[in-house]
Write a new protein. Structure first.
Length: 186
């Protein structure tokens, strides 16, 4: 912990939570991905947070628009998506994410696939990625709630410092659940 707190320390962190699903967006079934992300964040994060929930169909323009709005208008330092990351023709979340990002951070997807391979051999079909847009970090997660928890737990130790580096609100974790890495003095 740094000695001089940023002026926005203690403020509720607005987190974008985006579920990408044709069927859930049409009301055919209940969204399980968004609540799965929120439950995982509740366990991991110690910082006060507020979710900006969105549910969109598997349509690239809709995904791009919601990611841009959450980053540029709502200033969410962290935007987490779930769904539409497989090889199906309708799975376009990675393309939409890459299109709106300034920089792609390949290590996030690599780690999530590596962790998921311990559970299922089809993890190699997953195309999750992460990137930055301005002061926002966008992370694509799989759609299955258990995979959401597993993947978010794997990458979250790097998320607070990444957000520090791009100028977002400081995020603290519950060290009993997740130890965020920050260099000494950061």
């Amino acid at each position: 912990m740094i000695s001089a707190e940023p002026e926005h320390a203690g403020a509720a962190v607005r987190i974008g939570v985006v579920t990408v699903s044709d069927r859930a967006s049409r009301g055919i079934y209940a969204d399980q991905g968004g609540p799965g992300i929120e439950a995982a964040l509740t366990r991991i994060m110690a910082s006060p947070r507020q979710a900006a929930r969105r549910l969109v169909p598997d349509e690239r323009p809709a995904i791009e628009a919601v990611l841009c709005k959450l980053a540029d208008v709502e200033a969410c330092p962290l935007i987490v998506t779930t769904g539409s990351t497989g090889p199906s023709l309708r799975d376009v979340t990675p393309e939409a994410t890459e299109a709106v990002c300034d920089r792609v951070l390949s290590g996030f997807g690599e780690l999530m696939r590596a962790v998921s391979l311990n559970a299922v051999p089809t993890a190699i079909l997953s195309r999750q990625l992460a990137g930055t847009r301005g002061r926002s970090l966008i992370v694509n997660l799989p759609g299955k709630p258990s995979a959401i928890t597993e993947c978010l737990a794997a990458v979250f130790p790097a998320i607070p410092y990444c957000i520090d580096l791009i100028g977002g609100l400081r995020i603290e974790t519950d060290p009993a659940v997740c130890v965020a890495f920050r260099p000494k003095g950061a």
